[in-house]
Design a protein around this ligand. Structure first.
Ligand code: NAD
Ligand code: UDP
Length: 340
C-alpha cells in the first residue's frame, strides 16, 4: 500500500478535482478541510467518482494539535496545500483575517510537517505574485510584488518556503503559480460553487447563462488589447489538477521548484463570452462597464518551465472549458445543494 498524500483544502474547487486525479492515478489521499468555503456534499460527489472511499478530516490548518494527531495517524508521503482564503476584495477589507488564515496557517502546517519528518510539499501560489507584470508572457524569473493583501499572503508564503529550503535543504518543495483555472469535471459532479455573487468571470457567465443573473458586466473595453477587453490565461481545472500529480512526481529529490501553470495562450473577456455562447448555444446578455480597480490588461504564463521540469502541459482547449463549466452549472443550479 502506497503512503497517502495529505490534501489540505481538498473539498474546494481545485482541491476536489485534484483528489479525483490522484485517486485515478492510484495514489491514496486524505483530505483536510475546515469547510469554511466548501460543502461537505463534495464528499458524496467524490464517493460517486471514486471506487475507494476517500478519508476526510474536518480540521483547520491553524490547529497544531489536530495536525500532530493527523500526522501521527498516517505516514504521509507528502502534502498538497490548497487550504486558504482567496477572495481579493474580501482580503482588502479583512487583511488580518487573510494573513492569519493563509500565512499563519501555512507556517503552522510547515511546522507540523517538520515535526513529523514529512518534508515534501506542493504549494498553491498564484500569478498574482507577479503584481503588475511588465513582460508578456511572464517567466518565473519576473519581479514579484503584491497589489492586495491576498497577493501579499501568497508572496509571504513563497518567501517562507524559500527561507525554509535555504535553511534546510532536505525539503522537497514545488511552488505552483496558477493562472486562471476554469471548467469542471466532465461528469458534471464537481465544479466551482462560489458563495454569493461570483467575483470571477467564468462562474459569473454560467450564472447568467442559467438566468440566475441578468447580465454579464464586462469590466472595461478600452484596454490595449486586440478587442479592448482584458486578456487572461485560462486553463482547465483538470489540467491544473494533473499539474499537481506531475509536481509531486518531479519532487523525488530534495529541491525547490517554482513553475507557472498556464497555457501561454491569451483569451479576452469578449472571446470567452463569445466562445461560451457558441459552444453551449446559450445567449449571454452583456454590458460594458468601467474597468475594475486593480485589474491588469493582460496576464499570460510562460509555460515552458512546467514542460521542462514537470513534463506537464495543458490538454484541454477553451471550447472544452466552456462546455464542462456549463455542464456543471446546468446540472447543478444550486451548486452542491442540488440533489444527486
Ligand atoms: P476554494 O476556496 O474552493 O478551496 C480552498 C479550500 O480551503 C476550501 O475548501 C476551504 O474550506 C479550505 N480552507 C480555507 N482555509 C482553511 C483553513 N484555515 N483550514 C482548513 N481548510 C481551509 O479555493 P480554490 O479555488 O480551490 O483554491 C485553492 C488554492 O489555490 C487556494 O490557496 C487559492 O488561493 C489558490 N489559487 C486559486 C486560484 C483560483 O482562481 N481559483 C488561482 C490561483 C491560486
Ligand atoms: N471580468 C469581467 N466581468 C466579471 C468578472 C471578470 O469582465 O464579472 C473580467 C476581469 O476584468 C478580467 C477577466 O474577466 O479581465 C478575468 O477576471 P477574473 O476575476 O476571473 O480573474 P483575474 O482578474 O483574477 O485574473
Amino acid at each position: 500500500m502506497k503512503h497517502p498524500i495529505l490534501i489540505t483544502g481538498g473539498t474546494g474547487f481545485i482541491g476536489s478535482h485534484t483528489v479525483v486525479a490522484f485517486a485515478e492515478a492510484g495514489q491514496p489521499v486524505v483530505i483536510l478541510d475546515n469547510l469554511c468555503n466548501s460543502s461537505p456534499k463534495v464528499l458524496d460527489r467524490l464517493a460517486k467518482l471514486n471506487a475507494n472511499p476517500i478519508e476526510f478530516v474536518q480540521a483547520d490548518i491553524r490547529d497544531a494539535q489536530a495536525l500532530d494527531a493527523l500526522f501521527a495517524r498516517y505516514s504521509f508521503a507528502g502534502v498538497i496545500h490548497f487550504a486558504g482564503l482567496k477572495a481579493v476584495g474580501e482580503s482588502v477589507a479583512q487583511p488580518l483575517r487573510y494573513l492569519e488564515n493563509n500565512v499563519s496557517g501555512t507556517l503552522n502546517l510547515l511546522q507540523a510537517m517538520d515535526r513529523a519528518n514529512v518534508r515534501r510539499l506542493v504549494f498553491s501560489s498564484s500569478a498574482t505574485v507577479y503584481g503588475n507584470p511588465v513582460r508578456m508572457p511572464i517567466p518565473e524569473t519576473a519581479a514579484l510584488s503584491a497589489t492586495n493583501p491576498y497577493g501579499r499572503t501568497k508572496l509571504m508564503c513563497e518567501d517562507a518556503l524559500r527561507e525554509l529550503h535555504a535553511a534546510d535543504p532536505r525539503w522537497h518543495i514545488a511552488i505552483l503559480r496558477y493562472f486562471n483555472p476554469v471548467g469542471a469535471h466532465e461528469s458534471g459532479l464537481l465544479g466551482e460553487s462560489p458563495n454569493g455573487i461570483p467575483n470571477n468571470l467564468m462562474p459569473y457567465i454560467t450564472q447568467v447563462a442559467l438566468g440566475q443573473r441578468a447580465c454579464l458586466q464586462i469590466f472595461g473595453n478600452d484596454y490595449d488589447t486586440p478587442d479592448g477587453t482584458g486578456v487572461r490565461d485560462y486553463l482547465h481545472v483538470c489540467d491544473l489538477a494533473a499539474g499537481h500529480l506531475a509536481a509531486l512526481r518531479a519532487l523525488h529529490e530534495p529541491q525547490l521548484l517554482t513553475v507557472n501553470l498556464g497555457t501561454g495562450r491569451g483569451v479576452s473577456v469578449q472571446d470567452m463570452v463569445n466562445t461560451f455562447a457558441r459552444v453551449n448555444g446559450v445567449p449571454i446578455p452583456q454590458k460594458v462597464m468601467p474597468r475594475r480597480a486593480g485589474d491588469v490588461a493582460v496576464s499570460l504564463a510562460d509555460p515552458r518551465q512546467a514542460k521542462a521540469l514537470l513534463n506537464w502541459e495543458t490538454q484541454f482547449d477553451l471550447e472544452r472549458m466552456c462546455a464542462d463549466a456549463w455542464r456543471w452549472q446546468s446540472m447543478n443550479p444550486q451548486g452542491f445543494d442540488t440533489p444527486l
